[in-house]
Write a protein that binds this ligand. Structure first.
Ligand code: F6R
Length: 609
């Protein structure tokens, strides 16, 4: 949801701002803008993708070495140049970019109108520029005072970067519940919504907490609390490398990230398993604590929620612990009843998803311990959870998640095995078998990528015209169908739904007609025959069936096209079945000529409700 960047240093700001914004375009791409200060602050904006702004700036020679930038995902006000950031106060003395939502902006507009402020846009952001201006001029106590008064007065979420006309060498920032990191190197200081935006320039970052502000000078960053007192902070070294945020020869980030999965899975496994033993101590959780939980609540959004559904099957069957999986945006509003002896597991790639963060806070409020499965180190959820299990996926740039999803699955398997072991629900032999088998997954995923990609690409081009697709399976095959279906629809815009195969007869089967595409996932032996029967039912109504099945199961009689994956333990199949499903989503989208990395209306990090 919107990305913000800033630079104050020795180099030309325009190049750095545009380059950093290009890494954040996955957060929003309906308009973009920058403000650069040479003698005066100049603002440039364009509707649409960043390329439009770049084109506009091509012939300008902007020499300024200080500036801020923004890529927008519209919340208040249509995508337009007028609503694009940066926004300025009435007399132009404050210029600001904002990621987040100001909930009481109408009330603040009314207040400011009484003081003759006028508004030119439909955004909630313009009010921020003017309210800062109002406090700055009223109290005459400088930027930090004006920003802190603003933070006390506004409700909502924000990460802001502000340039004051009267403070030409400074960028001021503040945040509450929206992400922001601050970087530094010998060339200057940087700010961004996310690490990949500045990774090319520095891996030395500061984390700024809620309701804190900072002043970025060329060679120094000073942090302040809400009282205006300075705070000391340490620089943290980010372990991701800069190439990880580049396409490196792949046509799209999504394809690159699909192909990174063997490596990501291996790194995540090696992070928690050494010498065939699971070690979760890096999360801060002890075996005794892990043993003490009576039930589990898994809370997440989108694909991360699908990981939760997969994990539910495995935790309950293997560790015999009751699991509830909840959509984060619903969780706190239905006033959930939680047992204090329960464990809330929040799954999130970004660690910034607003609903997941709110769910974490709700669980903590109710006195429940929280464990987060997170990819972005130092993100809000990671910092607020009692325990953190990191996924070692590196930066994920494509809007549709692939490698982070796979890493989340791995962490959930490892946690389930460890819980089963500690709770004595599995014996040492099975424990070792599972640990050994999980370590074979990187090679099996590699096998699928090496041997099946070409044929999936071919079949995808034949199905690029379909209007609907149905994904069906039972047990874990159903759980992974949910993700396969989301992968297809979010990038290709083909309507698709996932169903538990046994549920089709209760309504949906009436939608099946001649040549309707049905993708059947079949790996779970216990329910194999039942899924086959369900596929026969749709085939007899004219469906075209693609099956994704394990090598040992005979699916010939139902498949019009069959994708065979290597065998593994029944709990680990989702890690293998998801690969062809991701490839189908990717290649069908390419065949339709769409922008697979940046699907319309979507943003990678959903930091607003
Ligand atoms: C789909 C996708 C989203 C995210 C969801 C949660 O491909 O990426 O559904 O899974 O928005 O995001 P995180 O994991 O950052 O909390």
């Amino acid at each position: 949801m919107c990305g913000i960047v800033g630079y104050n240093g020795k180099k030309k700001a325009v190049d750095i701002l545009l380059d950093s914004l290009s890494k954040l375009e996955y957060r929003g791409y309906d308009s973009a803008g920058i403000a650069i200060r040479d003698k005066e602050i100049e603002v440039y904006k364009a509707k649409g993708k960043l390329a439009n702004l770049k084109e506009k700036l091509e012939k300008k020679d902007l020499k300024g070495t200080i500036g801020i930038g923004h890529t927008r995902w519209a919340t208040h006000g249509e995508p337009s140049e007028n609503n694009a950031h940066p926004h300025t106060s009435n007399d132009g003395s404050i210029t600001l970019v904002h990621n987040g939502i100001i909930e009481n902006y109408q009330e603040l507009i009314q207040k400011l109108e009484k003081h003759d402020y006028k508004f030119y846009s439909e955004t909630d952001t313009e009010v921020l520029a003017n309210i800062i201006d109002y406090y700055y001029k009223k109290y005459k106590m400088g930027p930090i005072d004006a920003i802190n008064r603003t933070m006390v007065r506004v409700r909502g979420s924000y990460a802001i970067a502000v340039m004051f006309e009267e403070h030409p060498d400074e960028i001021w920032v503040a945040r509450k519940d929206s992400p922001m990191i601050i970087g530094q190197n010998e060339d200057g200081t940087y700010l961004a919504s996310d690490v990949p935006a500045i990774l090319k320039y520095t891996n030395q970052v500061y984390y700024i907490d809620n309701l804190e502000a900072a002043c970025l000078k060329k060679d120094q960053v000073t942090f302040y609390d809400l009282n205006g007192d300075t705070i000391e902070k340490e620089l943290t070294t980010i372990k991701w490398n800069a190439e990880a945020a580049e396409k490196e020869g792949y046509e799209h980030f999504m394809l690159k990230e699909i192909f990174e999965q063997p490596d990501v899975i291996k790194k995540t496994i090696n992070y928690y398993i050494q010498n065939n033993k699971i070690d979760l101590s890096k999360s801060g959780i002890t075996k005794d604590v892990l043993k003490s939980f009576k039930e589990i609540y898994i809370i997440a959004c989108g694909s991360a929620y699908h990981v939760g559904i997969n994990a539910q099957y495995i935790f309950e069957e293997l560790a015999r612990i009751p699991v509830r999986v909840e959509i984060a945006s619903e969780f706190r509003y239905r006033h959930p009843i939680l047992d204090k002896k329960g464990l809330a597991i929040i799954i999130s790639q970004s660690g910034e998803t607003a609903d997941s963060l709110a769910a974490l806070r709700e669980a903590k409020k109710q006195g429940v311990k929280t464990l987060a499965i997170i990819n972005v180190v130092g993100s809000s959820i990671a910092r607020e959870a009692d325990y953190v299990l990191y996924t070692i996926a590196g930066p994920e740039i494509a809007v549709a998640t692939t490698k982070a999803f796979s890493a989340q699955l791995i962490v959930s398997y490892i946690l389930a095995i460890e819980m089963a072991h500690i709770r004595r629900k599995i014996n040492a032999k099975l424990n070792l078998e599972l640990i050994k088998e999980i370590q074979t997954l990187p090679d099996k995923v590699q096998y699928i990528l090496d041997n099946l990609t070409h044929s999936i690409q071919k079949i995808s081009s034949e199905f690029s015209y379909v209007h609907d697709a149905f994904y069906i399976g039972r047990n874990l095959d159903y759980a992974i169908s949910l993700e396969g279906s989301l992968k297809l629809k979010e990038v290709s815009y083909i309507h698709s739904e996932a169903y538990a195969a046994g549920e089709l007869k209760h309504g949906t089967i009436s939608l099946i007609e001649d040549k309707t595409l049905v993708i059947g996932v079949i790996t779970q032996e216990e329910v194999y025959e039942k899924t086959i029967s369900n596929l026969v039912e749709v085939k007899s109504r004219g469906a075209f069936i693609i099956t994704v099945s394990s090598d040992n199961l005979d699916v010939d009689k139902v498949s019009d096209y069959s994708i065979k994956i290597p065998e593994t333990n029944k709990y680990f199949y989702p890690s293998l079945t998801v690969i062809p499903l991701q490839l189908l989503g990717y290649y069908i989208t390419i065949a339709r000529g769409l922008d697979v990395d940046k699907p319309r209306n979507l943003a990678k990090s959903v930091t607003v409700e």
